[in-house]
Design a protein around this ligand. Structure first.
Ligand SMILES: *Cc1c(COP(=O)(O)O)cnc(C)c1O
Length: 241
């Protein structure tokens, strides 16, 4: 495929994903503008990724910090980068200035590193806490009951704005089986909204839903869906990382 064929394929797939998000919003009585699509570009080149901002999608995501650095250097400055995968503390310094939202804060030590780096940049950092709802041992993220206990630890982090929660559901053949993971994350966010009232940050985001399960996630309250395969399958020159 040449570039214009790839661009046309991406345009059609984006329209399809968008109409599926809209339909899920209608089923749940939500507005389409309550849900932000983050296009996860980890399997495609910068050239293919650049089709998204041309189509008006400026929220792009990468799962590995080094790839985010590389892509951010090649794409227009108007792109808002989302880090959706694990962040090592020694990569915070380089990642933070490039990143609009870190979805994957998974330890207090990492939050401290982000706080220190934000302070030295004289800014704040917007982050989501990653929660391992399915409790799979191979996944990063806080355990659900651990999150409620973080209030003390977080209150000293004046440069970190925690605006919500993120989870990765288990891969299921039937996405309906992810529903409980998503509804539990929403319930956890609701509890934190009450319990962390005093922290002063509006807890608004639920980053949940990927290609396999985003419609169920939207029905359960996702404000951010992270979509790779449904947009880019077969268009990459790289293996999924
Ligand atoms: C790769 C990735 C996605 C996108 O997954 P698809 O199934 O390809 O849509 C979303 N979130 C995270 C954390 C990822 O690593």
């Amino acid at each position: 495929m040449d570039h214009s064929e790839i661009a046309e394929t991406v345009r059609q797939r984006l329209a399809d994903v968008d109409s599926r998000i809209s339909a899920a919003c209608r089923r749940a009585g939500r507005r389409r503008d309550e849900v932000t699509l983050v296009a996860v570009t980890k399997t495609v080149s910068a050239e293919v990724a650049s089709i998204l901002p041309e189509l008006g999608v400026v929220d792009l995501g990468e799962s590995r910090p080094q790839e985010l650095w590389r892509m951010a250097a090649s794409l227009p400055a108007g792109v808002r980068w989302h880090l959706v995968g694990h962040l090592q503390r020694n990569k915070v310094e380089k990642t933070l200035p490039l990143t609009h939202l870190i979805h994957s804060a998974d330890s207090v030590r990492l939050l401290h590193a982000i706080n220190d780096q934000a302070a030295s940049l004289a800014r704040t950092a917007q982050v989501l806490l990653e929660v391992n709802m399915s409790r799979e041992a191979n996944k990063t993220g806080f355990a659900p009951d651990e999150v409620s206990d973080l209030k003390e630890a977080l209150s000293s982090l004046s440069r970190v704005r925690i605006t919500g929660l993120m989870t990765i559901a288990a891969l299921e053949d039937d996405p309906q089986r992810c529903r409980q993971t998503f509804s539990r994350l929403r319930e956890l966010l609701d509890r934190l909204k009450r319990a962390w009232h005093a922290l002063g940050e509006p807890l608004v985001h639920l980053s949940m839903g990927m290609s396999n399960d985003f419609e169920v996630a939207v029905e359960e309250g996702a404000t951010i869906v992270r979509i790779g395969t449904a947009l880019f399958e077969g268009l990459g020159d790289l293996e999924p990382k």
